[in-house]
Design a protein around this ligand. Structure first.
Ligand code: SAM
Length: 197
């Protein structure tokens, strides 16, 4: 808790009225990689409390579409469609597909993180599992050339996951934004140029 409340990004987020310090991670990646472009359709997985969704909505403008999904309830965000549910459940995954109604997606974001059990092997496996589901959604919904930004813990299963991504996208780069705590194993993989089979 002491680490959290003394954190520069936590203080900034509070001062700037943002929903969480996570906003700065997406902001930094977006500024570097020009991820978000007005008019895009974006899916935001693991969206609560909603900092990424608010940022994405503002960047996409009135012609954009953001669908935000989380296990937890999200305080309403004007202009953002919200689904509350567990993304590991087939019915929730299907609900998202139905919502899209075949509309191709430009960008899938996943900041999903498992509830930390403290057992490293369990947390690692859950992180990779969530990242695999995000990839599954991306493969089914992205337009050709589309992008995926996904958080994953480095460790067992990470090299295989990276290989999977490289098999379906033109280029994959890693990003570790400043707001991502240095000692955390989390890293963001940005996959660019989706190639449908
Ligand atoms: N990007 C968010 C923001 O800007 O406010 C912060 C996301 S937070 C680090 C990770 C989120 O992943 C949590 O809100 C958690 O509930 C969600 N999550 C974890 N497992 C999930 C699952 N199976 N289905 C849906 N959401 C999940």
């Amino acid at each position: 808790m002491r680490e959290h409340s003394g954190d520069e990004f936590v203080r900034r987020a509070r001062d700037e009225g943002l929903r969480s310090r996570a906003a700065y991670k997406l902001m930094e990646i977006d500024q570097r990689d020009h991820l978000l472009v007005p008019g895009m359709t974006v899916i935001d997985l693991g969206a609560a409390p909603g900092a990424w969704a608010v940022y994405a909505r503002d960047r996409l403008g009135p012609r954009g579409r953001v669908i935000a999904l989380d296990l937890l309830a999200l305080e309403a965000i004007p202009g953002v469609e919200v689904i509350q549910g567990d993304f590991t459940e087939d019915a929730v995954f299907q609900d998202l597909l139905d919502r899209l109604g075949g509309q191709p997606v430009d960008l899938v974001l996943s900041d999903m993180a498992p509830n930390i059990s403290g057992i490293a092997a369990v947390d690692q496996a859950r992180s990779i599992g969530l990242a695999e589901l995000a990839l599954d959604l991306a493969l089914r919904t992205l337009r050709p050339g589309g992008k995926l930004l996904v958080k994953v813990f480095q460790g067992e299963g990470y090299p295989e996951y990276l290989r999977l991504l490289k098999g379906r996208f033109d280029r994959v780069v890693t990003r570790k934004p400043k707001a991502s705590r240095g000692r955390s194993r989390e890293i963001y993989l940005l996959a660019l140029g989706f190639q449908p089979e």
